[in-house]
Design a protein around this ligand. Structure first.
Ligand code: ADP
Length: 301
């Protein structure tokens, strides 16, 4: 059974510098590194490492970053036949980090902005045994809606991770089996604060009231809550020493998709997803921090 991830692929260019330049000023950086990123790619890698058969649908540019990301996809054992090459640049994040650790980030969507409903529909139609379709908010709304609509029409479990937060627009909540925001995104979507457990449950209920079947809200080191037709619940996070929580949510979503594709009931799937999130939080970087199945097994115990 296949997990299909519809989403972004980015190169992250990290520039280290002593201090941020003033407008019009030139400063020298002392470090330049390139990392693979984009929530789509991170979640596809997370699912593949967690043990799923994964296919990715997205787009890269006709530049060297595009070929580099394609190789990375294949190297992780992911079917990249749904990743189109389009004219223009690959999605790029330019991340400036000064000596105090403060950062400034500019994201150019590039090829990610070219993913559209036709492409998603055609690429999905070519895949067999689609168990889960997972999408985030780093591709156009048209592509998000198509992923959910056509995923559900194929009988797959559809998961929307609405990150980064943005207006869901005319998405039909009935096409979404699981909505998986973090607490900030949940607050944004529900128009309610989610500072504590009770408020998070309130936000989940409000989102269910808007028509989403099951809502799972991730709360970092405070764990996860959920609400769905079978009831509501909460689960604490695994206790780990957090090093860098970048991609914790991506490890969670990729792990959740993997466990649901394998037929696990929601509470068990959430436990494995939480283990993935905790492991990603306890290692630095995005893709390098994503755990494999053995690491998840051993934390879940
Ligand atoms: P995002 O990265 O999208 O903001 P969260 O920070 O809520 O998402 O993290 C997703 C999940 O990863 C959490 O629900 C939790 O299970 C796990 N996680 C994140 N941070 C930690 C942490 N410091 N300790 C343990 N688990 C964590």
């Amino acid at each position: 059974m296949t997990v299909v991830v519809v989403g972004s692929l980015n190169q992250d260019l990290v520039v280290g510098l002593q201090r941020m330049p003033d407008p019009g000023e030139t400063v020298f950086g002392d470090r330049l590194e390139r990392f693979a990123g984009g929530k789509g790619l991170n979640q596809a890698v997370a699912a593949a490492r967690a043990g799923a058969r994964v296919a990715m649908i997205g787009a890269v540019g006709s530049d060297d970053a595009g070929s580099w990301l394609r190789e990375l996809v294949v190297g992780e054992g992911i079917d990249g036949s749904g990743v189109r090459s389009v004219a223009g640049p690959t999605g790029t994040a330019i991340i400036e980090v000064d000596h105090s650790g403060m950062n400034r980030i500019v994201v150019v969507a590039g090829a990610n902005a070219e993913v559209d409903a036709d492409h998603v529909q055609q690429a999905l139609a070519r895949l067999d045994e689609v168990a889960v379709v997972l999408v985030q908010h780093e591709v156009p709304g048209d592509a998000v809606r198509a992923a959910m609509r056509f995923g559900r029409a194929r009988g797959a479990i559809t998961i929307l991770n609405p990150a980064p937060a943005r207006d869901i627009g005319d998405l039909d909540p009935a096409d979404v089996d699981l909505l998986v925001p973090n607490e900030h995104e949940a607050a944004d979507l529900a128009g309610l604060p989610t500072q504590d457990l009770q408020q998070a449950q309130g936000a989940a209920e409000r989102l269910r009231g808007a028509g989403f079947r099951t809502v799972v809200i991730t709360r970092g080191a405070s764990g996860v809550i959920w609400s769905g037709p079978e009831g509501t619940g909460s689960m604490p996070a695994f206790e780990v020493t957090a090093v860098d929580t970048v991609a914790a949510g991506d490890a969670f979503c990729g792990g959740l998709a993997t466990s649901l594709a394998a037929g696990l009931p929601l509470p068990d799937a959430l436990r494995r997803a939480s283990a993935g999130g905790a492991l990603a939080a306890s290692a630095s970087g995005a893709v390098p921090s994503l755990p494999d199945r053995a690491a998840i097994d051993s934390l879940v115990g």
